[in-house]
Design a protein around this ligand. Sequence first.
Ligand code: V47
Length: 430
Amino acid sequence: MPATLQDARRTTPTTPLVRRGATPDSRLEALREKTLAGERLTMEDGRLLYETPDIWSVCEIADAVRRRLHGDITYYNVNRHLNYSNVCALSCKFCEFHRKRGDAGAYEHSMEDIRAEAAKARDAGATEMHIVGGLHPYLPFDYYTDMIRTIRDEAPTVHIKAFTAVEVVHFAKIAKLYKGADRKEGIRAVLKALKEAGLGSLPGGGAEVFDDRVHDEAYKGKIRSDVWLDVHRVAHELGLNTNATILYGHIERIDDRLTHMDMLRTAQDEALSRLGYEAAPGGAVTLTRPGVELPTPAMNGRGGYFQTIIPLPFFPDGSELENLPGPGGVENLRTLAVARLMLDNFPHAKTFWIMQTLPMAQLQLASGADDIDGTVVWYDITKVGGVSTHQETTVWDLCKAIREAGFRPVERDTVYRRVERDGASWRVVE
Ligand code: V47
């Protein structure tokens, strides 16, 4: 039963695909009705979505939900990633990115580098910089607030989406603010300082899979699920919007994925209740009921909720787990659809084409995703084929991919406001 590194190959889910429409799974009918009535799916429902060979119906139900929420719109954004350093105190087994200081390929950017990156983002008309790095053991907390201020100074209109929950806790530790029972206060102090410097939102990284067994086996030393959720909870309380990821296709089990999704939606129930949404008996706040308005950053004069779920397929290449096969296309399609269906209170489901590939991302648009990230440019965390880190697409290519998948492209900013663009100049349309 427990998936260890050795037997993960055998336990990686591989329900075989059946010919489309050949064997419709009648058990999915009840689930379809439940979903479209806006009722929350149970763990048992989630298992069925993963077990059924009728993946086509799973995708179709997820598509019906995304169409209820967003019609034929698919969002995309013009962004730039910055990985300020790959030096990391941790050595997560799934991660190919981390280096120790002094290792070949280890780097850390100076403020001049960061300013230059901000200028490039601004000049290219990016609306967002997405910034993450390793847990650098020597840089002081000031480095991070200076980084945000430098970017604000150079590119004042660019939204700064930065630092995973894992980095935020690391900052609280180096700033000597993270102490025992007061840990949430330390997190709050760090997030307040970053927000004052100009931080706009938190990305969804570092969540991996919320399970202690998988944690201890594959990313020991990283914060656990309760702390990851605390960081996002505090961010929401401070009015910052955040995202969430799930890293799948390594040594986790299907139930671990479903538990992860359940924990995220419970945290989102809390955030949406704070914004005035009414909860059903039991606490669920679903956004998939007919006629429910989606949250906006202006709601109650502030944001403070999860915007999107981003399923990330595990890339084995170059990591300590490279003996594992990683998920295939069918698994990628299914996991996106299941995430869309289970996370009934997340306004958006995003496909990250860098890890999914653009053709797979197109298929995911027809299976529950309403958002594709983004123009990107440089990306260091995973390297397709292990060769290049220059991974860029143009607005033209993104829009073509979206149209070809049968949807209408709409540019958004980081908090999902519409953007009007003329070349590199752009403005938000509220
Ligand atoms: O936290 C690391 C994952 C994440 C591997 O919030 C890997 O909009 C696959 O979080 N194979 C960073 N994944 C990426 C991320 C993200 C991406 C796009 C958009 C947003 C957003 C967030 O990448 C890490 C980790 O979970 N990761 N190594 C790997 N070998």
